[in-house]
Design a protein around this ligand. Structure first.
Ligand code: FES
Length: 287
């Protein structure tokens, strides 16, 4: 059964797990979810039920989309990469092929794409890098030269370094312990990459401290940044208010907005990174 929700561009569909494969310390989930791939744009996510018989009492899990396939032997499929860190994601990681899963998506605001073929740097940390690969495809279709900077604490935490070599013009890898690539974080490596490539646009996905550093580096280099805030493992649909964060609007005023509906992608220079987790005194509509 598919229920259309034209006002958001999302659909709700009873799909199923096609496969769950290990990818280093992460899990690569492929869902059959007809209708979602046709509406997908890079940066959006899906909210899926977890818990089988407990699904009615358990919040959905919001998973960024790695890539989609609109057609195939099973119909449209959606691929997500995640780390099993709680009971819900552990249930998903262990789900057998054929397990029914209710899927709502695609949800959220996607990455904005440049109108001109400008040079782009894509920065990802850990498995949060997953959505950057479908973004890279869209950018290459627009003749944008694409460079990728991938990082993690250790080599085991990297995601997609091999795929990135096939998909982009250049790949830089950084690990905090120096086990592979440059020693340090992606934020340390970014200024040199921006200088070498002369990038006009920086796209980033990862934890808030990484996104903050990326936004600052982009601003310093006169580049425009788009940051995908880590999608909260709440409802993903605007109901639970667990994902609220302060964002500066066009008028210069700060508003508390929901990352799952107004985001997850925001302009990096618009998010008040230092105020995440709190409510700034000057935020409007937050009393
Ligand atoms: S995750 Fe529930 S409102 Fe955003």
């Amino acid at each position: 059964m598919t229920t259309a929700a034209p006002e958001t561009g999302a659909v709700q569909v009873v799909g199923e797990v096609l496969s769950v494969k290990r990818s280093g310390r992460y899990h690569h989930l492929t869902l059959v979810a007809p209708g979602v791939p046709e509406r997908f744009r890079p940066g959006t996510f899906v909210a899926v039920t977890v818990g089988g018989a407990m699904a009615e009492t358990t919040l959905r899990r919001a998973l960024p989309v790695h890539r989609v396939r609109a057609t195939g032997a099973y119909g449209g499929t959606v691929e997500c990469v995640f780390e099993a860190t709680d009971a819900g994601t552990r249930w998903l990681a262990a789900a057998a092929p054929g397990t029914p899963v209710d899927v709502v998506g695609p949800l959220g605001r996607p990455f904005a794409l440049p109108k001109e073929p400008v040079t782009c740097v894509l920065v990802g940390h850990g498995c949060a890098s997953a959505p950057l690969f479908s973004l890279a495809e869209r950018l290459r279709e627009r003749d944008c030269p694409v460079h990728m900077l991938l990082g993690a604490e250790t080599e085991a935490g990297l995601f997609g370094a091999l795929e990135a070599r096939r998909a982009t013009r250049g790949v830089t890898v950084a690990t905090a312990d120096g086990s592979v690539g440059l020693r340090g974080g992606v934020v340390d490596a970014l200024p040199d990459l921006l200088t070498r490539t002369g990038a006009d646009v920086v796209y980033a996905a990862g934890p808030a401290d990484v996104l903050h550093g990326v936004a600052l580096a982009a601003e310093t280099h006169g580049a425009w940044s788009q940051t995908a805030v880590d999608v909260p493992h709440g409802c993903g649909t605007g109901l639970c208010l667990t994902c609220v964060l302060p964002v500066v609007g066009e008028d210069g005023g700060t508003r508390m907005v929901r990352a799952c509906t107004e985001g997850p992608v925001f302009r990096g220079d618009r998010v008040r990174w230092r105020d995440l987790g709190g409510v700034p005194a000057d935020a409007r509509g937050a009393s």
